[in-house]
Write a protein that binds this ligand. Structure first.
Ligand code: PLP
Length: 284
């Protein structure tokens, strides 16, 4: 079963149609969210929807929707369970292609689901560590907006793939920003460091949760500028995202990170993260 949501309707994916003049298609004039649902329940749904509203406001795309109701019904129409929900809102379709737009457009709202693994039942041995490359951040200066203009992200992850790596971490003006679809943390002598929040990175919902868990458990964490030398000298490096959780990096540009194993602070954070998820799912 593959039911999608499009502008008020729930219908099979192969019956969903949008205009060729949709500005999301022509210009990438749109924003999106990717939200995991476990056992049919949205994980950090409030945070994802707050970020969606932030992105919509930043691009002045105006629409009033009951996002929670739309997504919950979509998930149940797809059988519930463990699903990653993709939600995209474009500025809408005009009559012809023009960079300019009027205020009469009606935003296009599209959502679909794909099955995901239930990471909340995973153990640390189930997590496959990653190899990454480091490359230039080619993106615009509003990376805090979750826009669908993802060409630079696609180019760098393709570069990683060509070098037999899983992810690309990006540097701008000598500073680490984030991965193609994840945030980054490093550990040095028991302290967690992560790039500062601002317009050069996306405020990741998983990043926020890691910061909250570190704070609650008195694990030192600082938002700082990280240069290439600091990254390469780290004892541990992790990435975070909604669908991957928190994952250790064991190789950067062909060189081993620390001792080349999953690190002890990663293990501690992973366990806090899993416990947080289990508590949400079971209420215990
Ligand atoms: N940074 C970028 C560029 C991303 O695309 C993503 C997720 O897709 C993230 C960070 C992580 O955000 P979240 O933890 O909310 O999934």
């Amino acid at each position: 079963m593959n039911i999608v949501y499009l502008n008020g309707e729930y219908l099979p994916a192969d019956q969903a149609q949008i205009s060729v003049f949709d500005r999301g298609f022509l210009f990438g004039d749109s924003v999106y969210e990717v939200i995991p649902f476990y056992q049919g329940v949205g994980f950090r749904l409030t945070e994802h929807l707050a970020r969606l509203e932030y992105s919509l406001r930043a691009l002045q795309i105006q629409t009033v929707q009951d996002w929670e109701a739309i997504l919950n019904l979509l998930v149940s129409q797809n059988g519930g369970g463990n699903l990653s929900v993709y939600l995209q809102v474009t500025r809408g379709a005009a009559d012809s292609r023009s960079h300019r737009y009027g205020d009469d457009l009606s935003p296009t709202v599209f959502a679909c689901c794909t099955p995901i693994k239930d990471i909340y039942t995973a153990g640390p041995d189930d997590i496959v560590p990653m190899k990454v490359i480091v490359t230039a951040d080619l993106r615009w200066h509003r990376c805090d907006v979750k826009s669908t203009c993802l060409l630079p992200n696609i180019m760098v992850v393709h570069q990683a793939q060509a070098q037999d790596a899983d992810e690309a971490l990006m540097m701008r003006d000598g500073k680490l920003t984030e991965g193609s679809s994840c945030n980054v943390f490093i550990v040095q002598q028991g302290v967690i460091y992560t790039p500062k929040r601002g317009s050069e990175i996306l405020g990741g919902t998983t990043r926020e949760l890691i910061m909250q868990l570190a704070d609650e458990h008195a694990i030192p964490l600082q938002e700082v500028d990280i240069d290439y030398e600091m990254l390469k000298a780290a004892d541990e490096v992790w990435i975070s995202s909604s669908t991957r959780g928190v994952v250790p990096v064991i190789e950067i540009d062909g060189d081993q990170v620390g001792d080349g194993e999953k690190g002890p602070l990663w293990l501690a954070m992973f366990e806090l993260f899993i416990r947080y998820q289990q508590k949400l799912m079971t209420g215990e």
